[in-house]
Ligand binder design. Structure first.
Ligand code: ZN
Length: 313
């Protein structure tokens, strides 16, 4: 079954070069599973070569330049943890993290006038803070994509994060902003500890952050209801010109970390709800978590079919 609307996929083989030690959940093989899932949904490949200077400029909209400098130097003398034990680096980690952010930027540019782009990259991004790596994440790919859309005049931007973990890095970046709405649906309490329902933004950004904390074991119906409610609230606050999705698949029932109960088709439903809310607006979906290779492949296929406007099973 193929998507009925244009679906682009932007990635880079350099993302496979981030090689944490055996046993770390963010295995290089995740990349192939997430690319194959999109290909099975009929996605067209979009070239996303790494231009280091351009990538660093885009990353600098979200992160202190010192973070990229420190990461580059750490990768010259691997292996070892970087900022936290969750973030071991290998020689290829710096290039992988740069290429991931660069693919998100290329995707945002490609769909700025309409369409859907899927960005299967690793390392993931939504825990990364302005000056610190965290939770397997080095650069915040989704925030970088959102800033690229805003820089192109494609705002305000809706950012929806359905990774099982709270997107604390994205929340922190947009906390006082009223040109982006951040909606996160996640297990709570859980890593990284933030994401309570009373975290709503501050200053002019007050009311532009919405957290929907869920108890362990949440299934397709719970996620569907949470997303429908969150999207309704989002629609009352702003009319997005573009959408960025932090698509993590670690709420899948087969995931080794998440403790949730979402099925493959549950992610297809989330994709369809997001495309229905976005209408004809650009949408860039960036891979976050998802640590069962088989479940990741199937969930990505279902999600990308749904988010591109394809018919579900
Ligand atoms: Zn996660």
């Amino acid at each position: 079954m193929r998507a009925t609307a244009r679906l682009l996929v932007a990635t880079n083989e350099l993302c496979g070069g981030h090689r944490p030690p055996p046993g770390h959940p963010d295995r290089p093989e995740r990349l192939r599973a997430a690319v194959a899932g999109a290909a099975a949904a009929g996605a067209e490949a979009l070239a996303a070569p790494l231009d280091e200077a351009a990538a660093l400029a885009a990353i600098a909209r979200v992160h202190a330049p010192a973070l990229a400098d420190r990461l580059r130097r750490a990768c010259e003398h691997p292996p070892g943890p970087f900022d936290s034990d969750d973030n071991p680096v290998s020689r290829g980690t710096y290039s992988a993290a740069l290429a991931a952010a660069a693919a998100a930027v290329v995707a945002a540019g490609a769909v700025a006038t309409g369409g859907t782009a899927w960005v299967p990259v690793r390392p993931p991004g939504h825990h990364a803070l302005r000056d610190r790596a965290m939770g397997f994440c080095f650069f915040n790919n989704a925030a970088v994509a959102a800033e690229e859309l805003l820089a192109r005049g494609c705002g305000p931007v809706a950012i929806v994060d359905f990774d099982v973990h709270h997107g604390n890095g994205t929340q922190a970046h947009f906390w006082e902003r009223d040109d982006a709405f951040f909606l996160s649906i996640h297990r709570y309490p859980f890593f990284p500890g933030s994401g309570a329902g009373d975290e709503v933004g501050a200053g002019r950004g007050r009311g532009f952050t919405r957290n929907v904390p869920l108890a362990a074991g949440a299934d397709d119906a719970v996620y569907r209801e949470a997303l429908e409610m969150g999207l309704e609230e989002l629609g009352r606050v702003l009319r997005p010109a573009a959408w960025v999705v932090s698509a993590g698949f670690d709420a899948h029932r087969e995931d080794p970390l998440g403790g949730m109960n979402v099925s493959d088709e549950g992610f297809g439903t989330l994709g369809r709800l997001l495309r229905a809310a976005a209408g004809k607006s650009p949408l860039v979906a960036v891979l976050e978590g998802g640590y069962s290779l088989e479940a990741l492949y199937r969930s990505v296929r279902a999600f990308t079919l749904g988010v591109a406007g394809g018919a579900g099973p």
